[in-house]
Design a protein around this ligand. Structure first.
Ligand code: FAD
Length: 507
């Protein structure tokens, strides 16, 4: 690729920053990604402890299906076919402590049959639900970086889906779930952040799973991140680690570079922040480039909860377990003084052989909490109590797991607990949020502005400008930003898909 003589500095080496880096390199820019952590990925993260790998992010990757709509976008960036995708046929099993259980399958016909068998009185609601999954499988995403000319075909194809999309878009998960009398089925929609999100979020995810377009890749989110690092190196870009940006340098209304903690200044023709939105706007830019719209977003929009993650290395083959299990608890689990959970989700990673030695299984539980201040202040001011609290929560989680798998405690050889303080320390995300902004009823599927008032040569990308977040928000927000930069610099934005070198592997 011929260098076009211009430099872009990208703050943050999560999926959004890495996506922008690849697009920019392919357009001939010199690119430097500055990442404060010592590895890339941000929230798309896993870590190794005592022979086990504990994944935090990847449940499903939209765009995993060869030939699918979003697959094309991933392939503009990396050679996705180097990954091996799994499409589990059981999405989640929900059970209570009295032995009642419900299986939610990814295949819509199996799902319908199971729900009708279990809850025949909910027949109308079930049929509407599965009809919505089948219908939304036909929904085509609109490319936010394109105009009518790029999108007209998908817009036309979406016309029959629009009435349903608009109906679901106005409803929360809680309102949607209220139509089911069956308590386990209802709990699937109504608990935690799921109950607050627009009903589109879960129905669309199930639609993509039914299409086998939301699989899990072996190696988890870091396998995907590794492909980006490989591609950036191949194209001559750099990712500099342990490089925390303190300030965006602004001269006469234009971003001209960044300053790292420690004082080093790095000049650039363009600056893109793929880091936390709040820290970028209010700290790195000192709150000098805000208007009422931005103030309203940060004052009024609700973000996803943060989380405590309890990860267990279990010296047992748990391949008879579902990939995901939700236990509806008789007594709520106390996470912290403001947070009690009525149910607890486990993931049994028996399907990923890279995560544990043969015959052993990595098990994780994500416990949502918004009380990030509690965990941050405990860690900073009372380290002993912080450790004790982590131990208490781990013990409660193990207790709940024992209810499902009596005797499992004896086989637990690794216990690891991360908290909202860990998430903030390693990713800088505001309030330790796991996915940026909630996609709320009535808000539609559209990004927030990617520029700031009175600030030229600067873009925001990533989960903080795409409500709903998720890995696809990386390319979806990076693409329009690089396209706009190219337009300004009169550089062609001509991105070709990566050619695959091996046959795709789908299990
Ligand atoms: C528990 C959990 C489950 C999830 N499940 C899924 C899933 O199944 N599928 C899915 O698609 N998504 C999932 N997500 C969401 C997904 O991980 C995120 O939405 C996505 O990774 C966000 O990417 P990002 O690049 O926008 O932000 P981030 O990943 O937060 O990246 C921002 C980067 O900027 C760096 N940074 C911050 N401040 C600075 C600074 N001052 N200087 C330098 N660097 C800085 C950070 O270290 C970080 O690396 C999940 C997330 C969580 C937590």
């Amino acid at each position: 690729m011929k260098h076009n003589g211009k430099k872009i500095v990208i703050i943050g080496g999560g999926i959004a920053g890495l996506s922008a880096a690849v697009y920019a390199l392919k357009c001939g820019y010199e690119v430097q990604v500055l990442e404060m952590h010592d590895m890339a990925g941000g929230l798309a993260m896993s870590w190794r402890r005592g022979g086990y790998t504990f994944e935090t992010c990847l449940h499903w990757l939209v765009g995993s299906k060869p030939g699918g709509e979003f697959n094309r976008v991933w392939k503009e960036l990396v050679d996705l076919e180097k990954l091996t995708f799994l499409n589990p046929h059981e999405f989640v099993r929900i059970e209570n402590e009295t032995g009642d259980s419900l299986r939610l399958y990814t295949n819509v016909d199996m799902l319908e049959a199971e729900l009708l068998r279990r809850a025949p009185d909910d027949i109308v609601a079930i049929r509407n639900f599965t009809h919505a999954i089948r219908t939304l499988g036909k929904f085509r995403l609109i490319d936010p970086s394109g105009g009518i000319a790029d999108n007209w075909f998908n817009m036309l194809r979406d016309i029959p889906v629009m009435p349903l999309l608009m109906k679901l878009g106005k409803m929360s998960g809680k309102e949607y779930g209220a139509r089911f009398a069956d308590p386990l089925l209802r709990s699937f929609f109504t608990t935690g952040d799921m109950g607050k999100l627009t009903a589109i979020a879960m129905v669309l995810s199930l639609a993509w799973m039914n299409e086998q377009d939301a699989g899990y890749c072996i190696g988890g989110s870091q396998a995907l991140i590794g492909l980006f690092e490989e591609k950036i190196a191949e194209l001559g870009g750099t990712v500099r680690f342990n490089a925390k940006v303190e300030r965006v340098l602004v001269d006469e209304g234009s971003a001209v570079g960044v300053q790292l903690c420690g004082g080093e200044a790095i000049p650039a023709d363009w600056v893109i922040s793929a880091a936390d939105g709040h820290a970028t706007i209010y700290e790195m830019l000192g709150g000098r480039h805000v208007d009422d719209g931005i103030r309203r977003i940060y004052a009024d929009t609700e973000s996803f909860a943060s989380y405590v993650q309890v990860s267990l290395g279990v010296a047992m083959d748990l391949s008879d377990q579902p990939a995901m299990l939700t236990r509806v608890l008789c007594a709520p689990l106390v996470v912290d003084p403001e947070t009690e959970l009525p149910n607890l989700g486990f993931r049994f990673f028996h399907f990923d052989p890279t995560f544990a030695p043969a015959g052993k299984t990595a098990v994780t539980a994500i416990l949502p909490t918004r009380n990030y201040k509690y965990w941050q202040s405990l860690r900073a001011e009372q380290p002993q109590r912080y450790r004790a609290e982590k131990g208490r929560v781990a013990e409660a989680v193990i207790g709940a797991l024992e209810g499902h798998l009596p005797g499992v405690r004896e086989s637990i050889e690794v216990i690891d607990v991360s908290t909202p303080a860990t998430v903030i320390r390693y990713t800088g995300n505001w309030k330790g949020s796991q996915e940026g902004w909630l996609m709320l009823p009535g808000a539609g599927i559209k990004p927030f502005p990617n520029t700031l008032p009175n600030l030229d040569r600067f873009f925001l990308i990533g989960q903080w400008i795409m409500p709903g977040g998720g890995l696809p928000s990386g390319p979806m927000t990076a693409r329009p930003a690089i396209k706009a930069i190219c337009r300004r610099d009169h550089v062609p934005f001509d991105i070709q898909p990566e050619m695959h070198r091996e046959e795709p592997v789908t299990v």
